[in-house]
Write a protein that binds this ligand. Structure first.
Ligand code: PHE
Ligand code: ZN
Length: 899
């Protein structure tokens, strides 16, 4: 049961209603008798009233629990149920000191398909408590500002569950009668309930002892199923690197003797930062060169880092309430991005990482910020908090932290982080506390000067737009850049106040040489990038001492999460693409040219044989490919056209079929026009020697993979069989998954007849590797549509014996790959894609509401669609919304979409 209003609608929780809890829970002593069908949980807590809160009954949260007993100080207590809450009156007053509360409940882990609380995955017990899963294990004040110390005793059959893990340190273990055994764990750190975890099952561990800089010894463990031990080396190396990096960069040491990572194949999200016992989706742990791609390796490094960094930014200092989620998530994404960049050997690899991060932000977060689910980095209300683990909270939140670093400098930011942890260690705090600490450590900074205004990044939703315009004044040898900022309305926020925007700018001459920078009224001249801080609705920046009109390189490094409109000429963009010393803007110039061509092609109703790209663009791309100074990874990014999603975002009315057609035409043109270069690129880059997942060799594999893709695409047009044949051979001979998968992808995405046998062979080789089979499903469901053939294929894949709707990774590999990642196949004029979508949302909602609600978001942008798509999509959403007994999760998404 959930809280509902008079109309039976779920009630929204509002940030302004925050009140401190009426009680504190100092200690929790949990005893589990683990059994898949009926697990018994004895919960003995010491509580006391919060003297600063109004006198009130104790209301404990619960969800799908069977309550057997409630004792207060060992005596039967009077209690009642109000919905899902257990309410107890007549408890001792604050002056009477603390009291003991004992609660005995049972639950049924084997039937837990929501994967929240205690569940069973492949005969192993796991927990997931963030955000509100602990209440599915026992009655509790399940909110992050209630912090307690935990003692946990696990009891289970020894043969079936030899490994028993929980947070903190193992203090006792031994055998029990009837083939059972126990383990007792004590976590010395106070924590909120969402960081509780237990694991019990047949697992093995890779172990590593490390000595930190401060001389302390730690035991690191990565637990997996017995057959997977050979896939744990990279996760362990990533963990070691994370420990060393956090100490070196921010002075934050590992505070536990033992740090554990455990992998499960049934997980709603990527991973979870439970104190000392991180639980991971197998996707972000398991890798060897035969089964994992370079992208997998790099994701594992980020996610292992991310969860480890939460040990400080999340666990030691946590959130006061869930509206502050970005306090830990935005900061921790920023930290994992910096970690991955710092592991790069050179500036080019760092820039590649930055471009990849920005690409995620712009293709996923910008649409969110412009759609019905738009919300501020610190939201004001929610119905279901699980729906707010979004790219806005995570990725935009990270950009907000990054802007603070830009405003106070790298050293100043490190000082700010130090102050933040000094002030708030062991507490549950707010985004305001964080921003204040960074500003206080840098009292002379622009951040300190503009702090209240800067914090609008936390309170205002929507992506700000910068309209910039430049005028050269030959007489005064000056160049004036006018910049006007605006931000579109978002749900509940019709108007916006100006943001503080750090704008990194450089100026190039017509030959692409960087010009010195001097703003009007300044006596100093600087070289390279200048950071200008915008804070008004409109501003003018006048650069002086210029002999000719410069080419401005604005928003270098993507210094703020905004959309920059500047009316560049093609010639200016070509100059930037060929010369900008800022690699981000160099890449961005190519993206702008590609986007411009796509938009022109769409407007001109291009057919699939109309040339969309002009010679200048093709020549520029050829020069990039041939440029010996540029790294392969960077070339691959430049030659990747803006995605269909990103192109669609630039249009007021979207015909997804036309977007798809035009982009495919552009790809075909790149394939044929640059054919000889693709051959050369392939020859030069396909042999990367003994496999290592480092940025340089993975960049070369990515570029060789791209070349193969274009060569097969060109072969499709010309009827050539040589390259498809070579690609099949490459697929068979490949020494690593990256090369093998790229070859398979080239055959599948060009629709070549050889694809079928390659797919069959791939399945046969990897039938026992679940994560590889996910790739096999996902590649097919995400393949380019040729005459409506993908939807029937997707339906067929769902009947495959390896398919399961209950396993989130598998469900995502087929359904999400089709509905969210394959717009050209999903948006069908006959609406069959939308009907399929609504059936799956409804079906999944009964199994796993979190996964269903994510899927529900694939039609977020329905109102931008052209007819007939628009009406059909609306109807499909309305069909879902009309379903009785929808979860809060899905209900919130579809009702917001229709609002
Ligand atoms: N807190 C996790 C992370 O960002 C994500 C998560 C949220 C996992 C909710 C599970 C449930 O690392
Ligand atoms: Zn996180």
């Amino acid at each position: 049961m959930m809280l509902r209003d008079g109309q039976g609608q779920p009630i929204a929780i509002r940030r302004e209603d925050y009140a401190a809890p009426g009680y504190w829970i100092d200690t929790v002593d949990l005893t589990f008798d683990l059994d898949p069908a009926k697990t018994r949980v004895l919960n003995r807590m010491r509580l006391r009233r919060n003297p600063d809160a109004p006198i009130q009954p104790l209301r404990l949260d619960g969800d799908e629990l069977n309550l057997a007993r409630v004792l207060v100080n060992g005596q039967g207590a009077s209690f009642r149920m109000e919905g899902d809450q257990l309410v107890i009156d007549g408890l001792p007053y604050a002056e009477e000191g603390d009291f003991e509360l004992e609660i005995f409940t049972t639950c049924c882990p084997i039937k837990n398909t929501k994967l929240m609380g205690l569940f069973v995955s492949e005969d192993t017990f796991f927990t997931q408590c963030e955000a509100e899963g602990f209440r599915r294990i026992t009655y509790f004040l399940d909110r992050p500002d209630v912090m307690s110390t935990y003692t946990v005793t696990l009891r289970a059959a020894k043969a079936a569950y030899p490994v028993l893990l929980s947070n903190g340190n193992l203090v006792e273990q031994g055998d029990l009668p009837e083939g059972r055994h126990f383990a007792k764990w004590v976590d010395p750190f106070r924590k909120p309930s969402y960081l509780f975890a237990l694991v019990a099952g047949k697992l093995v561990a890779r172990e590593q002892r490390i000595t930190a800089r401060n001389g302390k010894e730690h035991l690191l463990q990565v637990y997996v199923r017995a057959g997977d031990l050979d896939k744990t080396e990279h996760a362990m190396n990533s963990l070691i690197n994370s420990v060393l990096w956090d100490e070196a960069r921010f002075g934050l040491p590992l505070d536990l003797d033992r740090f554990m990572i455990v992998a499960t194949s049934d997980f709603n999200m990527g991973a979870m930062e439970n104190k000392g016992l991180n639980i991971f989706n197998t996707k972000y742990v398991l890798a060897n060169q035969a089964t994992a791609t370079d992208a997998d390796y790099s994701n594992i490094e980020s996610v292992v880092g991310h969860e480890y960094f939460h040990n400080w930014s999340g666990d030691r200092v946590t959130c006061r309430d869930w509206f502050q989620l970005s306090l830990k998530e935005g900061l921790t994404v920023f930290r994992d991005q910096e970690f991955s960049q710092d592991l790069c050997a050179d500036a080019s690899a760092r820039a590649v990482k930055r471009i990849e991060d920005v690409r995620v932000l712009r293709t996923a977060q910008f649409p969110e910020d412009a759609g019905p689910m738009a919300h501020p980095v610190r939201p004001d209300s929610y119905i279901e908090i699980s729906n707010f683990y979004t790219v806005t909270i995570y990725e935009k939140g990270a950009e907000v932290v990054r802007m603070m670093q830009t405003l106070v400098g790298r050293k100043g930011f490190e000082a700010g982080i130090t102050l933040y942890f000094e002030r708030h260690d062991g507490h549950a705090v707010t985004c305001d506390d964080f921003a204040q600490a960074i500003a206080d450590a840098n009292p002379e900074s622009e951040l300190a000067r503009l702090l209240p205004q800067f914090k609008r990044w936390y309170s205002q939703a929507g992506t700000p737009r910068l309209a910039a315009h430049g005028v050269y004044d030959a007489q005064n040898r000056s160049y004036t850049l006018s910049v006007v900022q605006s931000c579109p309305p978002t749900p509940g926020q019709p108007t916006k106040e100006p943001f503080v925007i750090p704008l990194n700018i450089g100026l190039l001459d017509a030959n692409g040489r960087e010009l010195p920078i001097q703003l009007e009224g300044e006596s100093e001249v600087t070289r390279g990038t200048r950071t200008v801080v915008l804070s008004r609705a409109g501003e003018q920046l006048t650069f002086v001492g210029l002999d000719a009109e410069p080419v401005p390189s604005i928003l270098r490094g993507f210094s703020a999460p905004v959309i920059l409109d500047f009316d560049y000429t093609d010639a200016q963009l070509l100059t930037l693409l060929a010369n900008d010393p800022d690699p981000f803007n160099r890449w961005e110039a190519g993206q702008r040219l590609g986007l411009r061509a796509a938009l022109q092609g769409i407007a001109a109703l291009a057919t699939d044989t109309t040339p969309v790209l002009n010679d200048a663009y093709i020549d520029a791309m050829r020069s990039v490919l041939r440029n010996p100074q540029l790294d392969a990874a960077f070339k691959e990014l430049v030659l990747t056209l803006p995605s269909e999603t990103y192109i669609a975002e630039q249009l007021d009315v979207v015909d997804p079929q036309r977007v798809h057609l035009v982009r495919e035409a552009m790809r075909a043109q790149l394939a044929t026009a640059l054919f000889a270069d693709w051959e050369k690129v392939y020859e030069e880059n396909h042999d990367t020697g003994a496999y290592t997942p480092d940025p340089t060799s993975s960049g070369r594999r990515a570029l060789a993979g791209m070349a193969l893709n274009f060569l097969c695409l060109a072969a499709r047009a010309s009827g050539d069989t040589v390259w498809p044949g070579k690609t099949l051979q490459r697929f068979k001979d490949a020494g690593n998954m990256t090369d093998r998968f790229n070859a398979l992808n080239a055959l599948v995405s060009s629709g070549h007849t050889l694809a079928a046998q390659a797919l069959a062979r791939f399945h046969a080789i990897f039938k026992d590797e679940a994560l590889v089979i996910d790739k096999w499903f996902s590649l097919q469901a995400g393949a380019s549509d040729r005459g409506g053939d993908i939807l029937p294929l997707v339906k067929q894949l769902m009947k495959h014996p390896d398919f399961s709707l209950k396993n989130p990774n598998r469900a995502r590999s087929v359904i999400f790959s089709y509905c969210s990642a394959n717009p050209g196949a999903f948006h069908r004029p006959d609406a069959a894609g939308y009907v399929f979508w609504s059936d799956r949302v409804i079906e999944l909602d009964a199994i796993n509401p979190q996964v269903a609600a994510r899927l529900a978001r694939s039609l977020d942008r329905w109102s931008k669609l052209a007819e007939p798509y628009r009406s059909a999509a609306r109807e499909a959403i309305a069909r879902v919304a009309a379903k009785p007994d929808l979860s809060k999760d899905t209900h919130e998404v579809v009702t917001r979409a229709l609002a």
